[in-house]
Ligand binder design. Structure first.
Ligand SMILES: *Cc1c(COP(=O)(O)O)cnc(C)c1O
Length: 400
Protein backbone atom coordinates (compact mmCIF):
# COMPACT_ATOMS: atom_id res chain seq x y z
CA UNK A 1 0.00 0.00 0.00
CA UNK A 2 2.68 2.52 0.88
CA UNK A 3 6.34 2.99 0.18
CA UNK A 4 8.48 2.53 3.26
CA UNK A 5 11.01 5.06 4.35
CA UNK A 6 13.87 3.50 6.24
CA UNK A 7 13.68 3.38 10.04
CA UNK A 8 16.96 3.57 11.88
CA UNK A 9 16.92 2.29 15.44
CA UNK A 10 20.20 4.15 16.08
CA UNK A 11 18.67 7.59 15.61
CA UNK A 12 18.56 9.66 18.75
CA UNK A 13 15.20 10.60 20.33
CA UNK A 14 14.83 14.04 18.71
CA UNK A 15 15.34 12.45 15.28
CA UNK A 16 12.93 9.57 15.94
CA UNK A 17 10.29 12.10 16.98
CA UNK A 18 10.45 13.79 13.57
CA UNK A 19 11.29 10.81 11.33
CA UNK A 20 10.57 7.51 13.04
CA UNK A 21 7.88 5.29 11.52
CA UNK A 22 7.19 7.50 8.50
CA UNK A 23 5.62 5.64 5.55
CA UNK A 24 5.13 7.57 2.32
CA UNK A 25 2.35 6.78 -0.10
CA UNK A 26 2.67 6.75 -3.91
CA UNK A 27 2.24 10.55 -3.79
CA UNK A 28 5.54 11.19 -1.96
CA UNK A 29 3.99 13.58 0.54
CA UNK A 30 6.28 15.35 3.03
CA UNK A 31 3.82 15.25 5.94
CA UNK A 32 2.49 11.95 7.25
CA UNK A 33 -0.70 11.05 5.36
CA UNK A 34 -4.04 10.78 7.11
CA UNK A 35 -5.71 7.50 6.10
CA UNK A 36 -9.22 8.26 7.30
CA UNK A 37 -10.67 4.89 6.39
CA UNK A 38 -12.40 2.17 8.36
CA UNK A 39 -11.88 -0.57 5.79
CA UNK A 40 -9.71 -1.75 2.88
CA UNK A 41 -10.48 -3.40 -0.45
CA UNK A 42 -9.04 -6.55 -2.00
CA UNK A 43 -8.04 -7.11 -5.61
CA UNK A 44 -9.59 -10.58 -5.49
CA UNK A 45 -11.50 -12.98 -3.28
CA UNK A 46 -8.29 -15.01 -3.02
CA UNK A 47 -6.44 -12.01 -1.61
CA UNK A 48 -9.14 -11.50 1.03
CA UNK A 49 -8.93 -15.17 1.98
CA UNK A 50 -5.15 -15.00 2.31
CA UNK A 51 -5.38 -11.86 4.44
CA UNK A 52 -7.83 -13.47 6.84
CA UNK A 53 -5.75 -16.67 7.03
CA UNK A 54 -2.78 -14.52 8.00
CA UNK A 55 -0.87 -15.63 4.90
CA UNK A 56 -0.65 -12.07 3.62
CA UNK A 57 0.34 -9.08 5.76
CA UNK A 58 -1.97 -6.19 4.91
CA UNK A 59 -4.57 -3.94 6.48
CA UNK A 60 -8.02 -5.52 6.72
CA UNK A 61 -9.99 -3.29 9.11
CA UNK A 62 -9.08 -0.19 11.11
CA UNK A 63 -10.05 -1.76 14.44
CA UNK A 64 -7.12 -4.13 13.75
CA UNK A 65 -4.73 -1.65 12.18
CA UNK A 66 -4.51 1.51 10.09
CA UNK A 67 -1.53 3.07 8.27
CA UNK A 68 -1.68 6.40 10.14
CA UNK A 69 -2.14 4.69 13.50
CA UNK A 70 0.73 2.36 12.63
CA UNK A 71 3.03 5.31 11.91
CA UNK A 72 2.20 6.69 15.37
CA UNK A 73 2.81 3.29 17.00
CA UNK A 74 6.09 2.81 15.16
CA UNK A 75 7.37 6.30 16.01
CA UNK A 76 6.57 5.86 19.70
CA UNK A 77 8.17 2.39 19.75
CA UNK A 78 11.37 3.74 18.16
CA UNK A 79 11.46 6.61 20.65
CA UNK A 80 10.99 4.28 23.61
CA UNK A 81 13.33 1.64 22.22
CA UNK A 82 10.50 -0.92 22.44
CA UNK A 83 9.79 -3.74 20.01
CA UNK A 84 6.00 -3.34 20.04
CA UNK A 85 3.45 -0.55 20.49
CA UNK A 86 -0.33 -0.34 20.25
CA UNK A 87 -2.29 2.90 20.05
CA UNK A 88 -5.56 3.25 21.98
CA UNK A 89 -8.44 5.71 22.02
CA UNK A 90 -7.44 7.17 25.40
CA UNK A 91 -4.93 6.72 28.19
CA UNK A 92 -7.50 4.81 30.24
CA UNK A 93 -8.14 2.41 27.35
CA UNK A 94 -4.38 1.74 27.39
CA UNK A 95 -4.25 1.19 31.16
CA UNK A 96 -7.28 -1.12 31.16
CA UNK A 97 -6.27 -3.15 28.08
CA UNK A 98 -2.67 -3.51 29.31
CA UNK A 99 -3.90 -5.40 32.39
CA UNK A 100 -7.24 -6.90 31.33
CA UNK A 101 -5.64 -8.66 28.37
CA UNK A 102 -3.58 -11.02 30.54
CA UNK A 103 -5.12 -11.12 34.03
CA UNK A 104 -7.68 -13.79 34.92
CA UNK A 105 -9.90 -14.57 37.91
CA UNK A 106 -7.87 -15.44 40.98
CA UNK A 107 -4.89 -13.32 39.93
CA UNK A 108 -3.26 -10.82 42.26
CA UNK A 109 -2.29 -7.22 41.44
CA UNK A 110 -0.05 -5.08 43.64
CA UNK A 111 -0.30 -1.34 42.96
CA UNK A 112 1.10 1.82 44.47
CA UNK A 113 -1.84 3.71 45.94
CA UNK A 114 -0.85 7.13 44.57
CA UNK A 115 -2.68 6.63 41.27
CA UNK A 116 -4.53 8.73 38.73
CA UNK A 117 -8.24 8.60 39.70
CA UNK A 118 -9.47 6.34 36.90
CA UNK A 119 -6.49 3.99 37.33
CA UNK A 120 -7.46 3.71 41.00
CA UNK A 121 -11.02 2.82 39.90
CA UNK A 122 -9.77 0.09 37.54
CA UNK A 123 -7.58 -1.65 40.11
CA UNK A 124 -9.96 -1.25 43.08
CA UNK A 125 -13.38 -1.68 41.40
CA UNK A 126 -13.26 -3.06 37.84
CA UNK A 127 -10.64 -5.80 38.22
CA UNK A 128 -12.02 -7.10 41.57
CA UNK A 129 -15.45 -7.49 39.91
CA UNK A 130 -13.77 -10.09 37.67
CA UNK A 131 -12.22 -11.89 40.62
CA UNK A 132 -8.81 -10.20 40.39
CA UNK A 133 -7.56 -9.09 43.79
CA UNK A 134 -5.68 -5.82 44.25
CA UNK A 135 -3.44 -4.78 47.12
CA UNK A 136 -2.70 -1.05 47.31
CA UNK A 137 0.52 -0.05 49.04
CA UNK A 138 2.64 3.02 49.75
CA UNK A 139 4.76 3.11 46.60
CA UNK A 140 7.48 5.20 48.25
CA UNK A 141 8.16 2.52 50.90
CA UNK A 142 10.73 -0.18 50.01
CA UNK A 143 9.47 -2.29 52.97
CA UNK A 144 5.89 -2.12 51.67
CA UNK A 145 7.00 -3.43 48.25
CA UNK A 146 9.12 -6.10 49.92
CA UNK A 147 6.21 -7.30 52.02
CA UNK A 148 3.65 -7.23 49.19
CA UNK A 149 5.95 -9.01 46.73
CA UNK A 150 7.23 -11.65 49.14
CA UNK A 151 4.38 -13.83 47.86
CA UNK A 152 3.42 -14.56 44.26
CA UNK A 153 1.70 -11.84 42.23
CA UNK A 154 0.69 -11.55 38.59
CA UNK A 155 0.93 -7.81 37.99
CA UNK A 156 2.49 -4.72 39.51
CA UNK A 157 0.95 -1.40 38.47
CA UNK A 158 2.53 1.92 39.34
CA UNK A 159 2.83 5.55 38.38
CA UNK A 160 6.03 7.54 38.94
CA UNK A 161 6.09 10.48 39.51
CA UNK A 162 2.56 10.21 40.88
CA UNK A 163 -0.39 12.58 40.65
CA UNK A 164 -0.48 15.08 42.30
CA UNK A 165 2.16 14.74 45.03
CA UNK A 166 4.98 13.59 42.72
CA UNK A 167 5.88 10.52 44.76
CA UNK A 168 8.69 8.53 43.19
CA UNK A 169 8.75 4.72 42.97
CA UNK A 170 12.18 3.06 42.76
CA UNK A 171 11.76 1.37 39.36
CA UNK A 172 14.85 -0.86 39.50
CA UNK A 173 14.10 -2.15 43.00
CA UNK A 174 10.40 -2.79 42.34
CA UNK A 175 11.02 -4.47 38.97
CA UNK A 176 13.53 -6.85 40.61
CA UNK A 177 11.07 -7.76 43.39
CA UNK A 178 8.26 -8.19 40.86
CA UNK A 179 10.39 -10.54 38.78
CA UNK A 180 10.94 -12.86 41.74
CA UNK A 181 7.21 -12.71 42.61
CA UNK A 182 6.36 -13.70 39.02
CA UNK A 183 4.60 -10.41 38.23
CA UNK A 184 4.67 -8.34 35.07
CA UNK A 185 5.34 -4.66 35.81
CA UNK A 186 3.10 -2.09 34.12
CA UNK A 187 4.38 1.50 34.45
CA UNK A 188 2.13 4.49 33.78
CA UNK A 189 4.86 6.85 32.50
CA UNK A 190 2.63 9.84 31.76
CA UNK A 191 4.12 12.35 34.19
CA UNK A 192 7.71 11.60 33.13
CA UNK A 193 7.03 11.39 29.38
CA UNK A 194 9.11 9.02 27.18
CA UNK A 195 11.88 11.62 27.08
CA UNK A 196 12.57 11.93 30.82
CA UNK A 197 12.31 8.32 32.01
CA UNK A 198 12.76 4.92 30.31
CA UNK A 199 11.07 2.28 32.49
CA UNK A 200 12.26 -0.57 30.22
CA UNK A 201 15.85 0.23 31.21
CA UNK A 202 14.92 -0.64 34.83
CA UNK A 203 13.13 -3.89 33.97
CA UNK A 204 9.53 -2.82 33.32
CA UNK A 205 7.54 -5.22 31.11
CA UNK A 206 4.87 -2.84 29.85
CA UNK A 207 4.76 0.97 29.61
CA UNK A 208 1.49 2.84 29.15
CA UNK A 209 0.80 6.45 28.15
CA UNK A 210 -2.04 8.85 28.02
CA UNK A 211 -1.06 10.55 24.75
CA UNK A 212 -3.66 13.17 25.67
CA UNK A 213 -1.04 14.75 27.91
CA UNK A 214 2.41 15.80 26.65
CA UNK A 215 2.36 13.72 23.44
CA UNK A 216 -0.49 15.82 22.06
CA UNK A 217 0.24 18.54 24.57
CA UNK A 218 -1.90 21.07 22.75
CA UNK A 219 -5.31 20.23 24.16
CA UNK A 220 -6.73 18.72 20.98
CA UNK A 221 -7.33 15.02 21.42
CA UNK A 222 -7.45 11.99 23.67
CA UNK A 223 -5.14 9.10 22.94
CA UNK A 224 -3.11 6.37 24.57
CA UNK A 225 -0.47 3.74 23.93
CA UNK A 226 0.83 0.43 25.29
CA UNK A 227 4.48 -0.53 24.67
CA UNK A 228 6.36 -3.72 25.41
CA UNK A 229 9.35 -5.89 24.46
CA UNK A 230 7.50 -9.04 25.48
CA UNK A 231 6.54 -10.73 22.18
CA UNK A 232 4.39 -13.38 23.85
CA UNK A 233 2.42 -10.77 25.81
CA UNK A 234 1.99 -8.60 22.71
CA UNK A 235 1.05 -11.29 20.23
CA UNK A 236 -0.96 -13.74 22.30
CA UNK A 237 -2.58 -11.40 24.86
CA UNK A 238 -2.68 -7.76 23.87
CA UNK A 239 -3.33 -7.99 20.12
CA UNK A 240 -6.29 -10.39 20.34
CA UNK A 241 -7.78 -8.42 23.26
CA UNK A 242 -7.33 -5.10 21.46
CA UNK A 243 -8.70 -6.37 18.13
CA UNK A 244 -11.78 -7.94 19.63
CA UNK A 245 -12.73 -5.43 22.34
CA UNK A 246 -12.23 -2.30 20.22
CA UNK A 247 -10.23 0.39 22.09
CA UNK A 248 -8.70 1.36 18.72
CA UNK A 249 -7.24 4.82 18.10
CA UNK A 250 -8.89 6.97 15.43
CA UNK A 251 -6.64 7.64 12.40
CA UNK A 252 -7.38 11.35 12.77
CA UNK A 253 -6.20 11.33 16.37
CA UNK A 254 -3.12 9.31 15.41
CA UNK A 255 -2.31 11.96 12.82
CA UNK A 256 -2.59 14.75 15.39
CA UNK A 257 -0.42 12.77 17.79
CA UNK A 258 2.22 12.14 15.10
CA UNK A 259 2.46 15.91 14.66
CA UNK A 260 2.55 16.26 18.45
CA UNK A 261 5.50 13.86 18.65
CA UNK A 262 7.45 16.03 16.18
CA UNK A 263 7.71 18.81 18.76
CA UNK A 264 7.71 16.71 21.95
CA UNK A 265 11.42 17.12 22.65
CA UNK A 266 11.26 20.91 22.31
CA UNK A 267 8.10 21.18 24.35
CA UNK A 268 9.17 18.88 27.19
CA UNK A 269 12.44 20.73 27.66
CA UNK A 270 10.58 24.07 27.82
CA UNK A 271 7.99 22.56 30.22
CA UNK A 272 10.83 21.42 32.49
CA UNK A 273 12.72 24.75 32.38
CA UNK A 274 9.57 26.71 33.17
CA UNK A 275 8.42 24.31 35.90
CA UNK A 276 11.81 24.43 37.63
CA UNK A 277 11.70 28.24 37.63
CA UNK A 278 8.18 28.20 39.06
CA UNK A 279 9.09 25.61 41.71
CA UNK A 280 12.15 27.60 42.83
CA UNK A 281 10.15 30.82 42.89
CA UNK A 282 7.37 29.29 45.00
CA UNK A 283 9.91 27.76 47.37
CA UNK A 284 11.53 31.15 47.93
CA UNK A 285 8.22 32.49 49.17
CA UNK A 286 8.67 31.54 52.79
CA UNK A 287 5.00 31.84 53.72
CA UNK A 288 3.94 28.94 51.50
CA UNK A 289 3.69 25.39 52.81
CA UNK A 290 5.52 22.56 51.04
CA UNK A 291 6.46 22.92 47.38
CA UNK A 292 6.81 19.56 45.63
CA UNK A 293 8.90 19.23 42.47
CA UNK A 294 11.23 16.27 41.80
CA UNK A 295 14.14 18.48 40.65
CA UNK A 296 14.12 20.57 43.86
CA UNK A 297 16.69 19.32 46.39
CA UNK A 298 13.93 19.64 49.05
CA UNK A 299 11.80 16.92 47.35
CA UNK A 300 11.72 13.97 49.81
CA UNK A 301 13.01 11.59 47.09
CA UNK A 302 15.12 14.05 45.10
CA UNK A 303 18.14 11.73 44.71
CA UNK A 304 16.04 8.81 43.46
CA UNK A 305 14.04 11.10 41.17
CA UNK A 306 17.16 12.49 39.55
CA UNK A 307 18.73 9.02 39.24
CA UNK A 308 15.84 7.73 37.14
CA UNK A 309 14.60 10.94 35.47
CA UNK A 310 16.48 13.37 33.22
CA UNK A 311 14.57 16.40 34.55
CA UNK A 312 11.70 17.23 36.89
CA UNK A 313 8.78 17.32 34.45
CA UNK A 314 5.95 19.82 34.07
CA UNK A 315 3.97 19.44 37.32
CA UNK A 316 4.53 21.51 40.47
CA UNK A 317 2.35 20.92 43.55
CA UNK A 318 2.23 23.20 46.59
CA UNK A 319 0.20 23.96 49.71
CA UNK A 320 -1.26 27.37 50.43
CA UNK A 321 -1.78 28.34 54.06
CA UNK A 322 -5.50 28.93 54.61
CA UNK A 323 -7.07 25.69 53.35
CA UNK A 324 -9.76 25.47 50.71
CA UNK A 325 -10.80 29.12 50.96
CA UNK A 326 -7.28 30.36 50.26
CA UNK A 327 -6.76 27.79 47.49
CA UNK A 328 -10.00 28.89 45.80
CA UNK A 329 -9.08 32.61 46.18
CA UNK A 330 -5.74 31.80 44.54
CA UNK A 331 -7.30 29.88 41.62
CA UNK A 332 -9.98 32.50 41.05
CA UNK A 333 -7.38 35.29 41.01
CA UNK A 334 -5.24 33.71 38.27
CA UNK A 335 -5.37 35.81 35.10
CA UNK A 336 -3.05 33.93 32.75
CA UNK A 337 -3.05 30.37 34.10
CA UNK A 338 -6.36 28.56 33.50
CA UNK A 339 -8.30 26.47 36.00
CA UNK A 340 -8.34 22.99 34.44
CA UNK A 341 -7.83 19.40 35.54
CA UNK A 342 -5.83 18.51 32.40
CA UNK A 343 -2.03 18.51 32.37
CA UNK A 344 0.95 18.46 30.07
CA UNK A 345 -0.61 21.17 27.90
CA UNK A 346 1.07 24.13 26.18
CA UNK A 347 -1.17 26.33 28.35
CA UNK A 348 -0.36 26.46 32.06
CA UNK A 349 -3.20 24.99 34.11
CA UNK A 350 -4.05 24.94 37.81
CA UNK A 351 -6.27 22.54 39.71
CA UNK A 352 -7.47 21.87 43.26
CA UNK A 353 -7.16 18.07 43.56
CA UNK A 354 -9.25 17.68 46.73
CA UNK A 355 -12.41 19.03 45.03
CA UNK A 356 -11.80 17.77 41.49
CA UNK A 357 -9.50 14.92 40.45
CA UNK A 358 -9.46 13.35 43.93
CA UNK A 359 -12.93 14.34 45.25
CA UNK A 360 -14.18 10.73 44.96
CA UNK A 361 -11.74 9.67 47.69
CA UNK A 362 -12.54 10.02 51.39
CA UNK A 363 -10.66 12.70 53.40
CA UNK A 364 -8.71 9.84 55.04
CA UNK A 365 -7.68 8.41 51.67
CA UNK A 366 -6.65 11.88 50.51
CA UNK A 367 -4.62 12.36 53.70
CA UNK A 368 -2.86 9.04 53.02
CA UNK A 369 -1.91 10.41 49.59
CA UNK A 370 -0.68 13.70 51.03
CA UNK A 371 -3.52 15.75 49.54
CA UNK A 372 -5.39 18.22 51.71
CA UNK A 373 -7.69 21.18 51.12
CA UNK A 374 -4.76 23.56 50.73
CA UNK A 375 -3.05 21.54 47.94
CA UNK A 376 -2.84 23.11 44.46
CA UNK A 377 -1.42 21.34 41.39
CA UNK A 378 0.12 23.38 38.59
CA UNK A 379 0.78 22.01 35.13
CA UNK A 380 3.37 24.42 33.78
CA UNK A 381 3.10 25.18 30.08
CA UNK A 382 5.13 26.88 27.41
CA UNK A 383 4.45 30.57 28.11
CA UNK A 384 7.25 32.98 29.03
CA UNK A 385 8.31 32.07 32.58
CA UNK A 386 8.33 35.75 33.63
CA UNK A 387 4.63 36.06 32.80
CA UNK A 388 3.88 32.88 34.75
CA UNK A 389 5.76 34.12 37.83
CA UNK A 390 3.98 37.47 37.67
CA UNK A 391 0.57 35.76 37.46
CA UNK A 392 1.40 33.43 40.37
CA UNK A 393 2.63 36.35 42.49
CA UNK A 394 -0.48 38.46 41.98
CA UNK A 395 -2.77 35.44 42.66
CA UNK A 396 -0.81 34.54 45.82
CA UNK A 397 -1.15 38.14 46.99
CA UNK A 398 -4.89 38.01 46.34
CA UNK A 399 -5.20 34.72 48.25
CA UNK A 400 -3.27 35.90 51.32
C1 LIG B 1 -4.53 11.46 32.12
C2 LIG B 1 -3.91 10.27 32.74
C3 LIG B 1 -4.41 8.99 32.47
C4 LIG B 1 -5.64 8.76 31.62
O1 LIG B 1 -5.49 9.20 30.32
P1 LIG B 1 -6.74 9.68 29.39
O2 LIG B 1 -6.09 9.99 28.11
O3 LIG B 1 -7.36 10.85 30.09
O4 LIG B 1 -7.70 8.54 29.32
C5 LIG B 1 -3.78 7.91 33.08
N1 LIG B 1 -2.71 8.08 33.88
C6 LIG B 1 -2.21 9.31 34.15
C7 LIG B 1 -1.03 9.43 35.06
C8 LIG B 1 -2.78 10.43 33.58
O5 LIG B 1 -2.28 11.65 33.87
Amino acid sequence: MTKSTRDNRQWRPATQLVRGGTRRSEFDETCEALFMTSGYVYASAEEAEEAFKGERQRFVYSRFGNPTVQMFEQRLALLEGADFARGTASGMAAVFASMACFLTAGDRVVASRALFGSCHYIVTTVLPAFGIGTELIDGTSPEAWNRALSRPANCVFLETPSNPTLDIVDLAAVCALARSAGAKVVVDNVFATPLLQQPFAYGADIVVYSATKHIDGQGRTLGGAILTNDADYFETKLIPFHRNTGPAMSPFNAWLLLKGLETLDLRVSRHCDNALRVARHLEERARLGRVLYPALPSHPQHALAMAQMKAGGSIVTFDLPGGKAAAFRFLNALQLIDISNNLGDAKSLATHPATTTHQRLSPEQRAELGIDDSTVRLSIGLEDAEDLLADLDQALAAAA
